[in-house]
Design a binder for this molecule. Structure first.
Ligand code: GAR
Length: 203
């Protein structure tokens, strides 16, 4: 069976990109990363694309007058790369409705909380302030609403009494890497269906 060709969009550190590159490097993994794009030229994660020999480029949102213009440039470059699917991995830009429509059900994102709790930024701080006992991460399909969309995988971590944003964030990040790998496998093997806001998986 041919592998699902994936583009990964990043803005920074790139640890989730690295987790996906490692996953794709394991025997019989059903996906391959064919392109990496960062909207920031300083993104440390670009070094992983370089290391793994995956074509990469920077497309800075600052070079475009509007969000729509930037998104259409992204769209063109992703299409040209041959990618059929997009993983957002710490890509800190909101995508326009037009882009989301063009890639309907073909874009997933990882978010550092158990959605629908703690949307937006500073999710570990939000969790600590809220006093929840469990926190985690979510891989979900991207829809026009921010940090929403059908959930594919969630991973949970306990919140400890002496947790700081840093300790909780680090525990969560380990789970993110596991969750993203699992989600991409499920997607690439086509062992899922989307029913309304729900993703049903099997296998
Ligand atoms: C990750 O924690 C990811 O969940 C988060 O940014 C971080 C990127 O880390 N994404 C969001 O907050 C998106 N709303 P990484 O660059 O090391 O993968």
């Amino acid at each position: 069976m041919s592998k699902l060709k994936v583009a990964v969009l990043i803005s920074g550190r790139g640890s989730n990109l690295k987790a996906l590159l490692d996953a794709c490097d394991t025997p019989n993994f059903p996906a391959e990363i064919v392109h990496v794009i960062s909207n920031k030229k300083t993104a440390k994660g670009l070094r992983y694309a370089e290391e793994y020999g995956v074509p990469y480029e920077v497309i800075s949102h600052k070079d475009f007058a509007t969000r729509a213009d930037f998104d259409m440039e992204l769209h063109e470059h992703i299409k040209k790369s041959g990618a059929e699917f997009i993983c957002l991995a710490g890509f800190m830009r909101v995508l326009s409705n037009k882009f989301v429509d063009l890639w309907k059900d073909k874009v997933v994102n990882i978010h550092p909380s158990l959605l629908p709790s703690f949307k937006g930024v500073d999710t570990h701080k939000q969790a600590l302030e809220c006093g929840v006992k469990y926190h985690g991460c979510t891989v979900h399909f991207v829809v026009p609403d921010i940090d929403s969309g059908p959930i594919i995988v969630q991973e949970v971590v306990p919140v400890l009494d002496d947790d700081t944003e840093e300790t909780l964030g680090a525990r969560c990040l380990e789970k993110e890497h596991i969750a993203y790998r699992r989600a991409l496998r499920t997607i690439a093997e086509k062992k899922y269906k989307i029913e309304g806001n729900k993703v049903i998986t099997w296998g």
